[in-house]
Design a protein around this ligand. Sequence first.
Ligand code: ADP
Ligand code: MG
Length: 695
Amino acid sequence: MRKIPEIFGSMVFNESVMKERLPKDTYKALKRTREQGEPLDPQVANIVANAMKEWAVEKGVTHFTHWFQPMTGITAEKHDSFIYPVENGKVIMEFSGKELIKGEPDASSFPSGGLRATFEARGYTAWDPTSDAFIKDGTLCIPTAFCSYGGEALDKKTPLLRSMDALNKQVMRILHLFGTPANRVNTTVGPEQEYFLIDEAMYKKRKDLVYTGRTLFGAKPPKGQELEDHYFGVIKPRVSAYMKDLDEELWKLGILAKTKHNEAAPAQHELAPIFTTGNVATDGNQLTMEIMKKVASKHGLYCLLHEKPFAGVNGSGKHNNWSICTDTGINLLEPGESPEENAQFLLFLTAILEAVDKHQDLLRLSVASAGNDHRLGSSEAPPAIISVFLGDELTGILESIENKSEYDQKDAAEMNIGVDVLPKFPKDATDRNRTSPFAFTGNKFEFRMLGSTVSIACPNMILNTIVADTLCRYADRLEKAEDFNKELNHIIRHSYRDHKRIVFNGNNYAPEWVEEAKRRGLLNLESAADALPYYKRPENIELFEKYGVLSGTEIVSRCEIQLENYCKQIHIEALTMVDMIKKDILPAACAYMKDISKEAINKKQLCADISCELEETLLKKLSQLTADLYKEMEALEAAVAGAEDMQDVEQCAKYYRNPVLMQMEKTRAIADEIECNVGEKYWPYPTYGDLLFSV
Ligand code: ADP
Ligand code: MG
């Protein structure tokens, strides 16, 4: 086996390949584009494209693609070969700067939420030079943003990049005031990814998994996760072989796969990479999810990324670890050594608290999906209520800053935050609270509400924008302040006082928290159908427009796409249920009943006074249950039909939540009861026991 440092990044056109293969001037120009966002000269682009092609062709590559992230939440690619005809019926391999920089896929079949009518279907993809090109499956993939011809974002990457710029601008204003050396800041993001692995052959036997990614039926097996024996348990050989293979594939693509372990539910696992720049982490996570599925197939396994593939055991999420880092290598959420550093740290910390409190709605909707609705608030994931965990030490510090102002005004005015309050900052204040949706974990925040399938682009885009907004207002005041320290104290103190309701260090899974949160006036948007419409609130549109992250029309289109998607997913689930009941479950139950009645008749023929009590009891029970199931299924069909004429997508989403989803749950309960009473060999697909303990 080749050594890891040799494998790592071997399929990536990265910094070291650029340095090696590009003329010095070109390399320097490209570096300026990558690091400072300077536009790239077309001449230079030609040289870069050619070098990329040469490098790729040496590795057996024949095609290139602009790799982008449309609103489907997954990635898209259309492959073009490098061939270019020359005389004598021959071809050469060509790749121009123009082809590198811009592509024009037919965009008509991607969701646009009304942004682009099909008759003007042209969209274009634009190279994102800050994320490295890579080779996948014999194709050179160029990470790109995807826009309509009018310039509206049709993807997840464009607004993410815009938000990183917005945050950079505002953070730089603050750093300038503190005299902290930096030319640019970026967000750093490390997304921990949870997933399930099941046997592929079994997967294929379940229509619900194939069509919807989750089980719509399934009685609880005798054993689930109650023994807590899977979490961090010994990794089984087949899973271990998969994980090794996965690591290697990811390393080749330059993804910093670092940690792997078993998770709480049987058959559940996690992979965490080392953090990197926000947009690179986003690309990396999309690729990771894709490669996870691909490698699974090689091992006869199937990788489920749905948020809740199985009822009764934990679902899967994604933890978005987030911080801000300067190009000079300073993590701005790292409590510092000196008083000045600590003052700066506290300002960023309060800005984040304030942003989270003011924009609970946006953070909540950034993780809203039909799948994630099954997790949030069900004692395995944070509730749908946003709050921040700071830990006792940091909370104590902020409390003392706030109180000082109240009890000792004169002194407070002179107070140097660093010297007075933070003589020595607790550096390893690590978080022991795993229930918080948004936790400070020593030198970064961990946003824990994300579902496992979601693209991390949107949550990060929102996080960046709301923090940029708060910092912008702080910078406005600090730049004008006559006494910088006084104003700084004032901002931290008042911001904390006004927004401390968002801080909650207790158990977020406890039912009392829901009550307490209500008393504090915190939002509790239980479902995606409740949360998504908040996108369109005038103050939110104003916010995104102010920082050039999303325009009003882009926001409205995004909201529509996500609401529609929510409706469609539940719609497909409901139809799948009906199909499985009619074609699989009822026929199985009937076959079993038929055999039981045959058995009873046979017995009677043999011996008239023999007891058929068992057969009668079972038959009565199953006859009733199957009749009930049929009735509930008809009610489900009627409920689904009720959505047909609905025009308003918001109303439609609420309708799919209730009554459709509620009716699905009622229907499922009966089917699961039937499963418990039917002989195993009659059951038409693998059970929970088979699926969860198959590998
Ligand atoms: P846990 O499971 O305890 O939450 P892990 O160590 O598994 O923690 O994951 C922590 C994640 O946070 C990793 O992906 C790591 O790279 C990331 N991380 C660490 N420091 C930073 C930072 N400054 N910015 C963003 N992410 C970070
Ligand atoms: Mg974590």
